[in-house]
Design a protein around this ligand. Structure first.
Ligand code: PHE
Length: 452
């Protein structure tokens, strides 16, 4: 077997993990689910569950990769076979489910990345004055035009594929290291602008004052699914990134930092979007267009708004590209590990398959407009399948595989930090949460959703 690539440094790994977790989940999906689940109560649950469920599972998923040095299917199978309740097929199927999640997610993630790129082009056109940016037309134009969405999505997948096929690490490290700080500063500036809008008071109350009467039982699984989505858990990416780690990298600290950063970015995004919504006088709605219909309004208010528009959508596009690269890498690495095919051929086969699948969500607002389920478009149906079923199941699989699988000494070895000895009681807490709290929460959330 060929020797496995490893991250050049733990910093490189951090950047890649951050690049994968930071993406459309924070800026596109977070405001949309917060809006549709009634605001503050949901936000509070999100923060608590990101720390209580997301972080422990993220640590476990990285450990799954690091301890087996394999990608999803083989990692689950290898770790599961060390298990007392060893049943090769069961553990392996969690790996397959993680692969299914990758395929499902990229098929519509790439479509939305295409929307972001289109907005970037429109703002760029505005800067050069050859095309004034007209917000009201832009989104509807895009929605009516399935071929345009499909073309943008294929271009996006091709770009991500060309980076992954070359061995993605150097490029990724360089530009995640550059983009993150730039986007961070831009977001903070937009937060300051947004919270000085007239509707900001009501908006902040909406997102930070926890009101639970708007929550349904379904919200619990929605939060858990969203936490997994935004932290890139359950989609094999973190297993694969963990498998490129040397043994001396400190997994719990990495997981903690990635989780905190991810929560902060999501909260910033809420603080930008909801003041605009309240100022424009709309009640927060529940659809995937919220980001695209609000943020450009803020740029209209700013003196050099066009430039902000270009910078914002460019940064967001690059973040979406970083996340897509993480997803693609997971699929490619699994093909390479299992079939020993070359990275190049695995990448292009996968890109071709994903482009074909993306046809359906790309046309969900035109050709397949009539395909609806409980008022959800095809794109939303795919998203809901992923969030409500696939991700919670893979998350459960990760928790059970690591929690009940490896023996204590082995687990502790990967939990511990070589420089500073992590106290054993932190390890014990983590293991308890992983073995009991996470499975009970996920299973009850799934049951409650079905019976309510
Ligand atoms: N976490 C990414 C986001 O928030 C999505 C993603 C999931 C990326 C899984 C890679 C792997 O947008």
């Amino acid at each position: 077997m060929r020797s496995r690539i490893v991250w050049k440094s733990s910093y490189a790994f951090y950047l890649a993990a951050i690049g994968s977790s930071f993406g459309l989940g924070n800026l596109w999906r977070f405001p949309y689910v917060v809006g549709s689940n009634g605001g503050g109560g949901f936000v509070l649950m999100y923060v608590v569950l990101a720390l209580l469920v997301g972080l422990p599972v993220l640590i476990a998923e990285l450990m799954l990769g690091q301890s087996t040095q394999r990608s999803s299917t083989m990692a689950f199978a290898k770790s599961g076979s060390r298990n007392r309740f060893s049943h090769y097929f069961i553990w392996r199927s969690f790996g397959w489910l993680a692969n299914a999640a990758v395929v499902l997610l990229i098929s519509y993630y790439a479509v939305i990345s295409g929307w972001v790129f289109f907005f970037f082009l429109r703002f760029l056109g505005g800067v050069f004055e050859f095309e004034p940016f007209r917000l009201s037309r832009t989104f509807s134009f895009l929605m009516e035009n399935g071929w345009l969405q499909f073309g943008l999505c294929v271009a996006h997948l091709t770009l991500a594929g060309s980076i992954v096929s070359k061995g993605f690490r150097e490029g990724l490290e360089r530009w995640v290291g550059f983009i993150m700080p730039v986007f961070g500063v831009l977001l903070l500036y937009l937060v300051v602008q947004a919270v000085s809008l007239p509707g900001a008071g009501d908006a902040l109350r909406f997102i930070f004052y926890p009101k639970f009467d708007n929550l349904s039982w379904e919200s619990l699984i929605q939060v858990i699914g969203h936490v997994f989505f935004t932290l890139s858990i359950g989609m094999a990416t973190m297993t694969v990134y963990g498998s490129y780690l040397r043994e001396d990298v400190n997994i719990p600290a990495a997981g903690f930092r990635v989780t905190l950063l991810d929560i902060s970015i999501s909260l910033c995004s809420g603080m930008i979007i909801f003041p605009i919504v309240y100022t424009a006088g709309h009640i927060p709605g529940a659809d995937p267009s919220i980001l695209f219909k609000t943020v450009p309004l803020l740029f209209d208010n700013l003196r050099i708004g066009k430039f902000f528009g270009v910078a914002f959508f460019l940064c967001l596009y690059l973040a979406a590209l970083g996340a897509t690269i993480g997803l693609l890498e997971a699929g490619v690495c699994d093909l390479v590990d299992r079939r020993s095919t070359s990275r190049k051929s695995a990448t292009w086969k996968l890109v071709a398959l994903l482009s074909a699948l993306a046809f359906f969500p790309a046309f969900s607002s035109s050709l397949f407009k009539t395909v609806q389920y409980h008022g959800m478009s095809l794109l939303q149906i795919l998203d809901s399948l992923l969030i409500n079923a696939v991700l919670p199941l893979v998350g459960l699989g990760v928790a059970l595989t690591i929690g009940f699988g490896d023996d204590d000494a082995m687990r502790f070895k990967y939990f511990r930090d070589l420089d500073s000895v992590r106290p054993r009681w932190i390890y014990r807490q983590w293991l308890f949460i992983l073995k009991y709290v996470v499975p009970v929460l996920i299973v009850s959330a799934m049951i409650l959703r079905w019976i309510s």
